[in-house]
Structure formats: structure tokens, C-alpha cells
Ligand binder design. Sequence first.
Ligand code: C5P
Length: 239
Amino acid sequence: MTQPNARTPSVPIITIDGPSGTGKGTIASLLAAHLGWACLDSGALYRVLGLAAERAGLDLEDGEALGRLAADLDLAFLDGRVLLAGEDVSAAIRTEAAGNAASQVAAHPQVRAALLDWQRAAARLPGLVADGRDMGTVVFPDAEVKIFLTASPEERGKRRYRQLRDQGVEVNLKQLVGDIAARDERDSQRAVAPLRPALDALVVDTTTLNIDQVLERVLNLVRQIVEERQGTQGADSTP
Ligand code: C5P
């Protein structure tokens, strides 16, 4: 995989972690746009790897082979599109099947190690908003602000159902809720980088909130933390 240079230490970072269907991706990109910062959708890396593995006919249980594939992945993010060996796979990686394959390949330590530098190298000035499962715990443990979004499993299933239906995809709500629960279980129980809030993360329950309300709440938390820090350090970088 073509990797940019190592992380610039002074780049401010906001991490947004949580299970699927909490609106993390939407909130991360809105927040990044609001701040004029870069945005890292780390889930896309695992989704592309899942797709590449299936295309190569690899066994999704074979951590060694998947780790090698991850290290050599010809991946690029360009103008909001995701390219695998030059092919636009932005739509192909958003299916439920791709999400499930992503969750399987993501459980292997060899895969996570191979993708670590790539994710850290996404940090660039003036700042980075990174969304995923382990942004605050493993990839950017020294991030300035760590947010962990939650929502009830039923609400997350309904959101995903509406999203897929709006895209014209026929899905069964009960099966969808079951798939999401299985994915969360695998993400939370895996031995390496399990889905869980960092000790210093601020948890926001989005069950009864719409996207605008979540964004407002997250922005308030970010401002509050930056102001507290300015109070102690005399810094100047209000979002
Ligand atoms: O966030 P998204 O649904 O695109 O992620 C797909 C899958 O990739 C997740 O279910 C999870 O297994 C994996 N993932 C991960 N660590 C991340 C981001 C995603 O393990 N930082």
C-alpha cells in the first residue's frame, strides 16, 4: 500500500468511535467540514480489505494471508471516492456483505498492525477527525478529544434499514438487526483493539437525537475541552 509519511506529532486530533448505526461517519465528516480538517473513515480500510480478500478468494480466517494483503493493498481516497487498484469501489464497500467481511478481517492482529501506520499517517494540519472503533484507544491514544457515540440496537437497526431502503435496497429489518448485533458482538469481543470507549472518552447516547442535535452536542464538547485546555495552557485554537 502506498503510505504517506509518519504522523506529524503536533496535529490536533478528534476521535469518534462507536458501533455501527450511531451516525459516526456522518458526524465525523460534518465535524471535519465545519473545522476545515481532514477526515479519516477507518472502516473504509477494513471494508476495502474485505472486498479485496473475497475477490482474491482468501479465507477470511487466514490472518497471515490477510495481513500480507493489507500490507500490499493498492488503496487511495480521492475526492470522496475509494479506489482499489484504480477501480472506484465506493459503492461496493457499502453493502451489508462488505460490512460483515470487514468485521471478519478486522479481527486479525496481522491486519490491524498492517493498517496502523497508514491510519496514523492520515493526520495532517490543521487537524484530523478520525472515525472507527479503536481511534481513541489504539490508533490515536493521545488525541485531544475522544467521543464515543452509542444508540440502542433497535434504533441503530432502524437507521440502517431506512438508509438502505432510501438507496433502493430491499432488506429485512429483523435480519438487519441480527446482523448488526452479530457484528457488534464480534467487534467488541475480539482480542485485539476491541470496540470500547477509551477511558478518557466522552460518551454521547444518540438514541433520541437527530444528526443536527448530535453534531451540536459534539461541537459543544469539543469547544468545552478546547476552552478548558486554553485555560490551563493559554493556547489559541477555538473550533
Ligand atoms: O465503520 P464501518 O461500519 O465502516 O466498519 C466496518 C467494520 O470494520 C466494523 O464492523 C469493524 O469490524 C471494522 N472496523 C474496525 N476498526 C475500525 C473501523 C472499522 O475494526 N477502526
